[in-house]
Design a protein around this ligand. Sequence first.
Ligand code: FES
Length: 81
Amino acid sequence: MVVAKNNDIDIEGACGGAMACSTCHLIIDPAWYGKLPKPSVDETDMLDLATGLTRTSRLGCQIVLTEAMDGLEVRLPSPLK
Ligand code: FES
């Protein structure tokens, strides 16, 4: 979430990473999803409130990037219509 914000990507992150919103919702490329640490129960509960939830959704603020994630592909969910 911080990396996205620092690179002018339109992600809100309203709670600043406190896992109290789902405005940092990202959709992880399926090829990458299983390579990330599993989401916590609290993250999964918060994701249930996210719009456009997918099987590879994560809260961006809960993904701590490492060198092993170089090349990680994510996308933002589609805006509501
Ligand atoms: S910024 Fe609010 S849950 Fe990630």
